[in-house]
Design a protein around this ligand. Structure first.
Ligand code: KG4
Ligand code: ZN
Length: 328
């Protein structure tokens, strides 16, 4: 069994994953609510909250899997990228646990973790495939083979999740913005407002969301309060739809260019209902295999870190004591 720990941002996570990396026995996530009042993640608050919660979350993950520390044969932890103080809490805990039990440690890249969620969702999946990671910090397309992930294209400015969070904030919705926007736009007409889809006609595989954000800002400036209130569901739905279109367009372009036998969509934004619905249509039309893990494996979690650990070299006891977290 692998005990996996993830503390790169504002979710305190631990999970128990089988050594195959294809099945999670538990996946415990404590989402920090402390940040909502600030309208965004405050790094120092995140580190302190991880420190308070991590022990309890690890205990819960072992209990939920019905195993104890004696059953654990390696410890995996996200070492990069992320908020440095937040990462350090997880790395220190993982080192302590591994050292105490003379276990090897596996340092995992958070982005490789997001991609590995696909193996938990569909255990028979094998590379090669094209992966889209759309989260709060990253939006990028990768060509994934057995031993590497090659970048095909990425956002030139904001990440998709960041664009959703900023849009939601402009509309006076809560944090995190993705889920708030989804809720507000549920009954809205996604075609009512015409928002720009960044780099739509460029033949590359990059993304841009800054124009979309500016477009919403100017749209709101031209409306009075009552209008905004009345239009809110339509504004939310149309804004969300522009993000979804940018992501699906470039994903399909990548699939074409790479002639990929399978497509994987992961990261917090992959939890979005409008995107998932759009992807369902793609699935219906094209013959290509499309893997979109359930929302609980798309947003930050430790099961995906455990799954990625089976594809990452372990560092034997006690060489990892000098191992460090990295923000990038
Ligand atoms: O992968 P993730 O949990 O953390 C990072 O690694 O960044 O992604 C968080 C992002 C946030 O921007 C959040 O607003 C977005 O994912 N998100 C969603 C939904 N759930 C989370 N966006 C749209 N719809 C959702 N249901
Ligand atoms: Zn993430």
């Amino acid at each position: 069994m692998i005990l996996a720990i993830e503390t790169s941002c504002d979710d305190t996570c631990a999970a128990v994953v089988e050594l195959s990396g294809r099945r999670a026995l538990s996946n415990v996530v404590h989402t920090q609510t402390e940040h909502a009042r600030y309208g965004g993640v405050v790094p120092e608050v995140a580190s302190r909250a991880h420190l308070e919660r991590l022990d309890g979350v690890i205990h819960s993950s072992l209990a939920a899997a019905d195993v104890d520390l004696h059953d654990v044969t390696r410890v995996a932890v996200t070492t990069r990228p992320g908020l440095i103080g937040a990462l350090l809490v997880g790395v220190a805990a993982a080192k302590g646990l591994a050292y105490a039990r003379r276990l090897p440690l596996v340092p995992v890249n958070h982005l490789e973790g997001h991609v590995a969620a696909a193996y938990l969702a569909e255990p028979d999946l094998e590379p090669p495939f094209v992966a889209l990671i759309a989260s709060g910090g990253h939006t990028a397309l990768y060509s994934v083979t057995e031993d590497r992930m090659s970048l095909l294209g990425e956002t030139l400015d904001d990440a998709a999740g960041e664009a959703l969070d900023k849009g939601a904030r402009m509309l006076g919705l809560g944090f995190p913005g993705g889920p708030a926007l989804q809720k507000a736009g549920q009954t809205g007409d996604p075609n009512r407002h015409d928002f720009p889809v960044g780099l739509k006609d460029k033949s590359n595989l990059d993304f841009s969301f800054s124009g979309l954000k500016t477009s919403l800002l100017y749209r709101l400036k031209a409306m009075d309060e009552a209008e905004v209130r009345e239009e809110l569901p339509h504004l939310a739905a149309s804004y969300e739809a522009a993000v979804v279109e940018a992501l699906t367009r470039k994903l399909l372009r990548a699939a074409d260019l790479e002639d990929a036998p399978a497509l994987v969509v992961v990261g917090g934004v992959a939890a979005n209902a409008r995107l998932r619905h759009g992807l369902d249509e793609v699935r219906g039309k094209s013959g290509v295999r499309l893997v979109v893990p359930p929302p609980s494996l798309c947003t930050d979690n430790a099961a995906m870190i455990g799954a990625a650990a089976t594809r990452t070299p372990e560092v034997p006891y006690p060489g990892y004591l000098s191992l460090n977290a990295r923000s990038v």
